[in-house]
Design a protein around this ligand. Structure first.
Ligand SMILES: [Fe+2]
Ligand SMILES: [Fe+2]
Length: 176
């Protein structure tokens, strides 16, 4: 039976794989916004952007864990446990990055500049970890997605993104 909630997206031929890959791109853009705010010295915006990034990332990881990683998938090259372990590592590293960013904001002078250099190194390490994980998903896990109505992902995800849209608009206006 047709689920009418799905019609607009399905009519365009968009798949769940497309949407999850789009979400990976959203995450990269939020991380970039956080970094740009840091460089521009909009410190509270930088921290807020990182926290918004974390909310989106946790939503994304939770969907994958509940819908894609709960049961073994014999078709994938890598077992679901590999993906789950990467999720756990990503979450741990991000928690550390947030704590480090918060303490960076309290420093001043040379100490602050040195802390920024160290923070950027940690950001790159985290970013590579995330990118590597996403690449693995896009080349393996997402090729064998179970049948899931698209709106199960798309509707709550859009609500989450919308809740950050005015923050994003304001920050982008300041940065331009
Ligand atoms: Fe994932
Ligand atoms: Fe993912």
């Amino acid at each position: 039976m047709t689920d009418f909630n799905d019609l607009p997206i399905q009519a365009k031929g968009i798949t769940l794989k497309d949407l999850l890959e789009e979400s990976h791109k959203d995450l990269h853009l939020w991380f970039l916004l956080h970094q740009e705010c840091l460089v521009a010295n909009y410190e509270s915006d930088a921290l807020q952007a990182l926290k918004n990034f974390q909310r989106i990332l946790l939503f994304h990881l939770d969907f994958e864990e509940q819908r894609l990683l709960k049961h073994n998938n014999d078709a994938t090259r890598w077992p679901v446990s590999v993906y789950q372990k990467e999720h756990d590592k990503i979450k741990r590293q991000l928690d550390k990055l947030i704590v480090k960013t918060q303490s960076y904001l309290d420093f001043s002078g040379r100490k602050k500049r040195h802390a920024l250099i160290s923070l950027i190194e940690d950001q790159l390490r985290f970013y590579h970890l995330l990118e590597h994980h996403e690449e693995r998903e896009e080349q393996d896990l997402f090729l064998f997605l179970p049948e899931i109505p698209i709106h199960v992902w798309a509707s709550p995800y859009q609500i989450l993104l919308d809740s950050f849209s005015s923050f994003k608009e304001n920050v982008v206006r300041k940065l331009e």
